[in-house]
Design a protein around this ligand. Sequence first.
Ligand SMILES: [Zn+2]
Length: 216
Amino acid sequence: MTIQTIPAGALQTNCYLLIDESSRRCAAIDPGGEGERIAAVIDRLGLELARIFLTHGHFDHVEGVPALLRRWPEAEVYLSREDFGQPLPGRSRDQRLYPVWSLIEGGGDWTEVNWYGEGDTLLMDGLTVSVLSTPGHTEGSVTLLCGDAMFAGDTLFAGSCGRCDMEGGDVRQMAASLKRLGLLEGDYTVYPGHGDASTLSEERRSNHYMRQAMRL
Ligand SMILES: [Zn+2]
């Protein structure tokens, strides 16, 4: 397994390429913008894109998807159903914040999405990705584990955590999610949705939000 980090889009969201060396296929986690530039990087590395994993449905984590699907139409996209952004009876959704439903409804290169969530295990060639539901930043936020790598989306950042004050956010759920991650056995390299990578052991030691949550 090799991991390549490509910050992209207006908010410099970290897009991670999770690469299976033997098959030369990869998954893109959170292509948040500049999909054509991300596609060019994948091409330059001589890789084929097989999967797109979205840690949550916010625009700055998904807007690169259509361009990647134009280049690799067979790539399967995964998202949690809660972050689809579909307006339901009695419940609107801010389409600018959660654009996946409107991108698919609008026609174009993105026509379908696969749901994933708590307890799911996804195989891609030699790689196994486990899905943990970690709501708080959004209802449908997930954290992905692959080997000793943790893709934390906007749940856990180096020294911080994602904000909970936008539609779908919940401070209590965030605390429970941070506690859950903190209580995982062993150590992981943490690859967050924004900013520098870290390790889980360092976050358990020095991350104020995780420390607070673990006392609950
Ligand atoms: Zn977000």
